[in-house]
Design a protein around this ligand. Structure first.
Ligand SMILES: [Zn+2]
Length: 378
């Protein structure tokens, strides 16, 4: 059987194991979470001779690490997330994993079980033989929600004083090496006021008026960001995205909530921005403001001169590029991954939609790239 077809069958088997990220679970999701995939991946890695570790990231949700000891001191690594987005919007059976028209269909096929299938197939082709280099296959959880699997993996590496020399983070990039993307920080604010009859507004404290001042302050901040010298990933942005407040047409509103989305560029820290945004909110009104942090993801950026990126670009015939979406790569600094890039088969255009698929030719292409990267004989 040609390699592409073998990978396709492995991938199809994985698509049939639902692993919808719990925050997006619905009536069609099957059992939500990564538990069944965790079990399946563990069995696969053990049968291939890996040393397997589990890390509980959230209750019942694990990262699976498969370590293969090679013949050099170099550590290569792959971070591939096991969870998928929801399936309620999908046409047909989201988990049938059918192979048709030289494609594999179903949720997770392109985002991003494809890379795991490529890795397992390559390892199956090399039974009982040490690889030229050490290899870590990290099957991570929670990427589609808050990417907490990746930050947990970075902690796991630090705790072991383990530094990956070359780490590939799996996402559909049409096998082009990606060296940067913005991060994101999302916050929800709650402004507390005092309710009163609207005929006597001076007795109340109006939180919608306060929220309007905050929204304008954030808009001014966005304008300021846009005037700064752009980073290699452009400007940071700040957008007010939702607002909810008020209980009746004749009542001074005593509580208003609103959310912001702050895109983070290299040199900024999502955590510090969360503090700064809250301070800005508090300066804009005398009413009490509380914040809840939703997502804290720094930008990912590595220079295109890195030789790992250069090699992948040369082998794939595609220039290093940046992408607009966030990935697990944000969590890895040079302290945990000396060099890091994002690469994977298929297009992001086929991810998260009503129909998801990956071309078998793309699976084959990644397999060829990894064969060169891992320096194994095809
Ligand atoms: Zn993904």
């Amino acid at each position: 059987m040609p390699q592409g077809e073998k990978i396709a069958h492995l991938l199809s088997e994985m698509v049939r194991i639902p692993s919808v990220t719990p925050a997006q679970a619905g009536p069609r999701s099957g059992t939500p979470g990564e538990a069944k995939m965790t079990q399946w991946v563990t069995q696969q890695l053990q049968s291939l001779g890996a040393q397997v570790h589990h890390q509980e990231v959230l209750p019942g949700r694990h990262n699976v690490f498969g370590l293969f000891h090679g013949q050099s001191n170099k550590w290569l690594g792959v971070d591939v997330h096991m969870d998928t987005v929801g399936v309620e919007q999908m046409q047909g059976d989201p988990f049938d994993g059918r192979i048709e028209n030289d494609r594999v269909y179903g949720r997770g096929s392109v985002d991003t079980k494809a890379t795991l299938a490529v890795c397992l197939n390559l390892l199956q082709n090399h039974p009982n033989k040490p690889l030229p280099h050490n290899l870590l296959i990290a099957a991570t959880c929670d990427e589609e929600d808050a990417a907490r699997g990746a930050s947990a993996m970075a902690r796991w590496l630090k705790d072991r004083n383990m530094v990956i020399d070359e780490l590939a983070v799996a996402e559909p990039t049409l096998c082009a090496p990606i060296h940067g993307h913005k991060g994101v920080m999302r916050q929800k604010y709650r402004i507390q006021g005092v309710a009163a009859h609207s005929s006597r507004p001076e007795l109340g404290k109006n939180t919608i008026t306060a929220a309007a001042k905050l929204a304008l302050a954030f808009d001014a901040e966005n304008h300021r960001l846009n005037q700064l010298t752009p980073t290699p990933l452009g400007h940071g942005t700040l957008t007010v995205t939702t607002i909810h407040g008020g209980v009746g047409i004749n009542v001074v509103p005593d509580a208003t909530e609103f959310t912001i989305d702050r895109r983070v560029v290299p040199g900024e820290s999502a955590e510090k921005l969360a503090d700064q945004c809250l301070q800005l909110a508090r300066r804009s009104t005398e009413l009490p403001v509380e914040a809840e942090n939703y997502l804290m993801i720094d930008a990912f950026y590595r220079p295109t001169q890195d030789d790992f990126i250069q090699r992948m670009a040369q082998w794939s015939g595609q220039s290093p590029a940046t992408v607009p979406y966030c990935t697990n790569a944000w969590a890895y600094t040079p302290a945990t991954a000396r060099q890091c890039l994002i690469i994977g088969p298929g297009s992001i255009d086929q991810a998260h939609g009503a129909v998801e698929w990956v071309e078998i030719a793309q699976l084959q292409k990644l397999s060829d790239l990894y064969t060169r990267w891992w320096e194994i004989k095809p």
